[in-house]
Design a protein around this ligand. Sequence first.
Ligand code: SF4
Length: 345
Amino acid sequence: MAGVEIFWYDDETSLALVLEGLKLRGAQSKEVLVLKKFLGRFFQKCPGSPRVICCNYRVINTCFNCLYDCSYCFLRGYLNAFGIVQFINIADLMEEVENFFRTSSSDMVYRVGTGEFTDSLMFDRETGIGQELIRRASLYSHIMMELKTKSSNVDHLLEIPRKGNAVLSWSLASQRNIERYERDTANLNERLAAIRRASEAGFITSFHFDPVIIYEGWKEDYSALIDTLFETVNREKVAWISMGGFRYAPGFKEVLKNVEPDTDMMLEEMFPGIDGKFRYFKPVRIDMYKFLLDRIRKYTSKPFIYLCMESDDVWHQVMGKNFATSADLEIDFSEAMKRFLKTLA
Ligand code: SF4
């Protein structure tokens, strides 16, 4: 195929040499696809962030790195990673994941997903991983399998006969933020069209307003986005919506300055929080979350709405909930999902 070169490698040393050679020839990380066996754990609890309330999401590692190029992506901080590493020992992955499905308590509803270190659907038509995960998860009523994306690549999944509690999920932002900070992803109209197709095919959906990057006029844009979203999607089948303000770990600002010296993403003042990450000033975040929450609640009370990596104090002020630990949120979430799934039965 024109423009494509294929290299074989025997072990980590020869792979490192191939990658070094490609770097020297000026290849970019996202232009290089590495197919390799993954020898670590495929399945784990989301590491979250220390001393903030997290939802104890379960993460499946299918791939490391991403075809898309979001300015705020935390993967940019992994300076040693080069190439998009697609894991190929999928049978091992499925065995580990299914072991969790089989042995986890059916008194809880677990949310499980693949979109932590990559985009769930960017290669999914080619790998078939999403379809196989949905098929396996559909045998377990206490598992909600989420595939999260900034793409519009859903058509290969629409005809799956047994969807179980599979959730197709989108990260959403205003078109202005997509253009500036989410390069190579589907634009807002393409995402909304894909949401409509998924919804019409009967999928449960969920949405993530995360990270919200604020600017002059963001409220108008996000209001319009929420209006259009709820005109598009089947509101009865939206399981959850998350909200998270833009945040970054120490050191990320320097990484970003190197790759995007002219970015305007950091213009707002950011302050270190209890987990060391930098966020907008707390009153700004509280106002932001309340604004989005009110706007969403105008349309529906059904989805579980939650904050990503926020303190118990912000949780209390925005949602009126008192969670002392992440386990409290996990249980509350699970109970809400039991009620949600009953309404679909
Ligand atoms: S889609 Fe997600 S994983 Fe991919 S670049 Fe954007 S933030 Fe990173």
